[in-house]
Design a protein. Sequence first.
Length: 516
Amino acid sequence: FELRKARDRGHILEGLAVALSNVDEIIALIKAAPTPADAKRELMAREWRSALVEEMLARALADSYRPEGLDPQYGLQAQGYRLSEAQAQAILELRLQRLTGLEQDKIVGEYREVMDVITDLLDILARPERITAIIVEELGAIRNQFGDPRRSELVMNTAEINIEDLITPEDMVVTLSHTGYFKRQPLADYRAQRRGGRGKQATSMKDEDFIDHLFVANTHDTVLCFSNRGRCYWLKVYEVPEGTRNSRGKPIVNLFPLVEGEKITAVLPIKEFDEEHFVFMATSEGTVKKTALTAFSNPRKAGIIAVNLDDGDHLIGVAITDGQCDVMLFSDAGKAVRFAETDVRPMGRDARGVRGMTLEDGQAVIAMLVAKDESQSVLTATENGYGKRTPVAEYTRHGRGTKGMIAIQTSDRNGRLVGAVLVEPSDEVMLISTGGVLIRTSVESIREMGRSTQGVTLINLDEGTFLASIEKVAESESDESMRASGEGAEGGEAEGGAQAAPGEGEAPAADEEGEA
């Protein structure tokens, strides 16, 4: 850098020295030129004699003093000196007072000094030992000038560095498919769209798979994963395998030490383990339990027991509540009980829970829903492919532990109840048969009916097959930018679902026959 500046300055001074050697002729040329541009062209067109410049350049390698990129036609030539455009402009800008003898001596003196500087800089660049000596000298000067005693104490202790401190906080879209494929991807991948946009698919699914759970969470948030064996496992969002919109993700069973027959049935995103929220759980034998969310704030690699289960019992539903919700339990006998969450007192993790629903022999609870208002509906489905939509308001509150009220008729035509989900008209649901057939249909195509009715046909089943389950699809194909501009799931629904988006391309409307 300094060499380039010195060469550029030397080049200008060289041109001025040439002008001083030909001062009378140059003044006459400038006076005769009609315009400054003509004068510049005349100065550059001629070859000038300068004994001083020729002598000084002859004593050294002339090329060493030339600026980089200077056209070979300028500078010292065999027939004289050719001025460059920069030199000609400097001559035209030269003030008359600098033509005095003293000023001429200053120009020549500065020219000689610049040549000495260029020679010294070239020597420095050619000798590594000089470069090292200069660096040492300059660092010493900096130390002497700015070397104040350190006021902070530096302590090297890698044990105090948490891996989370190295993770950039970022909002992620987290998805879990029906067959257990787990992944996350940046929310920024989903640009905001205007109303009516087609949106972006959150993941690539095989025909027999679909998204069961979808929520938006920060990389520093925690995901509580509950298994059918009543155990709880922890996972930070940044530990969820990262994928793209076209990838399926990684099997969630590979992330936890699950035993044979154990599977993850609910995932709940947690931003903060506060004292105002609870984990509400229900088992297939009708037991319910409410535990403070803070009881799950200390992660353990092997997981912990969330609820103690009897032999043959399993966890069927988990939700995060605020202590003021209504809980609804549905049995496979087509019965439902709705009671206030306040009817269940908070218990420790080791407690077994209390009776939420009384069952007869051979019956089991198949769904737990948490209703926060009366605007939603409950979609029920039976094993023979029939179902209906019933407003939450039709399920009146009763005390916990009762046998419940009729949710849907379990006649010979309908068979047993296999699923119940909270839905909005804009949602979509997936019907899965024991024969591996999946049908995706819009909720609004299913007729809203009273509790005591038998329902309508949801799916036509092949002979020998039954409806295995019904799940709310956490993402619709025309999802508008995931509807995730800050609407992350709070874990409010038992099926662990985030809110689904309005659907496009609905399945044919369910037939409306079979009403009781």
